[in-house]
Design a binder for this molecule. Structure first.
Ligand code: ZN
Length: 425
């Protein structure tokens, strides 16, 4: 099953995916070709669907998952977050923590990420290594932050520039993990640093990720810092950081003008519903954004979000949309399971150039879900019901295989060399 567009869920009972030797998807067929001279992975009656994409999360906040949920954003950052991130000056601690994070991501079915590291170059390289080792692919950014971060976590403007260049040199050879420029957010970066990063993005053709319009206190602070800008997004645009494929987390309070700027410049929204509710930031107007043609994806935003598993992020985004639905007396339609899955899967895969659900011509990114581990239903379920239940209930125990960039990186299935029998799932 796969979701080629926001409104569609396609199902192929007993369907087959045909891969070439490099793991690139060559065909999606209603059944396995009889007598094909190929190795066959038979997943029996399990569900096969495109994997998840987490478009916004903070790796160094993994150890503080589930903590500090009683504070608003700026206090939460100063009390918990910056202190936790400071710990990643210790390479051994970074190695242990990131190995575990990478494993939890891949066994949960997240094969592509757009991720923040901390400001530490060495820990960022360790994070990239551990993601590579586990089979997670995507973008990781060494964070740039040269103001407003307290004593424990600070770099000067010169250090920030120097370390960014050292990091870019050192990570040039990673195969599946690439660098993305990551000014933490406008309050954390001086104008000098922002201008330098904008020029670097242009010069080296790098993508950019940051935060936008998450919370009232933050927006007021940005206004104070940039009185010349009428809106938050302009503080990025001013320095060349607002461009095609720039990822902006949250956009909870983006009004019609800011949303139009998102759409016009092909800037990607990473909607982080759980985090926005935990920190009492608000509920982003996702349905309105989708109606307006804004590119919306989903992020776990750990540790503002307390769930790393993307299927839980997906169901959280459904609940958040139902809050807006109730608040508008039913006028704003909530997200359906399929729509939310599309945002947490296909819309994210698009960022990496793969469109249409199972994207022919692209290396396979897929999960295999054994839904027989859930409670025995009172009657046989159809595929859509099985899909819905899996999205709500799956955990690593139900995910029996994961394919990432054309390689099976988790689990296995009986491999039948040689001929397919025409009846494989
Ligand atoms: Zn964030």
């Amino acid at each position: 099953m796969y979701s080629p567009t926001l409104s569609e869920l396609k199902t192929l009972p007993h369907g087959a995916l045909v891969l070439d030797e490099g793991g690139v998807l060559r065909d999606v067929l209603p059944h396995a070709p009889a007598g094909a001279d190929a190795e066959v992975h038979d997943y029996g009656d399990a569900l096969v669907m495109p994997s998840f994409v987490d478009m916004h999360l903070h790796a160094p906040q993994y150890p503080m998952l589930g903590m500090g949920m009683d504070l608003p954003l700026m206090d939460w950052l100063n009390t918990y977050t910056f202190r936790t991130e400071a710990r990643f000056a210790d390479a051994d601690y970074a190695r242990r923590t990131y190995r575990r994070l990478a494993r939890e991501l891949i066994t949960g079915g997240t094969t592509r990420v757009c991720m923040f590291s901390s400001l530490h170059t060495d820990a960022t390289l360790i994070l990239m290594e551990e993601l590579e080792r586990a089979g997670v692919t995507g973008y990781v950014g060494k964070v740039n932050m040269d103001r407003n971060s307290g004593d424990a976590l600070r770099e000067t403007t010169e250090q920030s520039k120097r370390e960014t260049l050292r990091w870019l040199d050192a990570c040039a050879d990673f195969r599946h993990i690439r660098p993305i420029l990551t000014p933490r957010f406008t309050p954390s970066c001086t104008d000098d640093l922002m201008a330098w990063l904008g020029a670097l993005a242009e010069e080296r053709g790098l993508y950019v990720q940051s935060h936008l319009s998450e919370n009232g206190g933050e927006i007021a602070l940005v206004k104070e810092l940039h009185p010349d800008c009428s809106q938050y997004w302009e503080t990025y645009a001013k320095y060349g950081l607002w461009k095609d494929h720039t990822v902006m987390a949250h956009c909870v309070h983006s009004d019609a003008r800011e949303r139009e700027a998102l759409r016009r410049h092909n800037v990607v929204v990473a909607h982080c519903a759980g985090s926005n509710i935990n920190i009492c930031s608000g509920v982003a107007p996702v349905r309105t954004m989708l109606d307006e043609g804004v590119w919306v994806t989903l992020g776990s935003d750990i540790a503002g979000g307390a769930q790393l598993a993307m299927n839980r992020v997906i169901t959280m985004s459904i609940r958040a949309s139902k809050i807006l639905h109730m608040k508008t007396d039913g006028e704003t339609a909530f997200l359906t399971v399929n729509e939310a899955y599309y945002l947490g899967s296909t819309a994210g895969h698009r960022y990496f150039g793969a469109d249409g659900g199972f994207a022919v011509g692209q290396p396979l990114h897929a999960i295999v879900v054994d839904d027989s581990v859930f409670a025995e239903p009172v009657r046989p379920l159809d595929l859509r019901e099985r899909f819905e239940r899996s999205i709500y209930l799956m955990d690593p125990g139900a995910i029996c295989a994961v394919w990432s960039d054309g390689r099976q990186v988790v689990g296995g299935a009986p491999v039948v060399p040689g001929k397919g029998d025409g009846n494989n799932n």
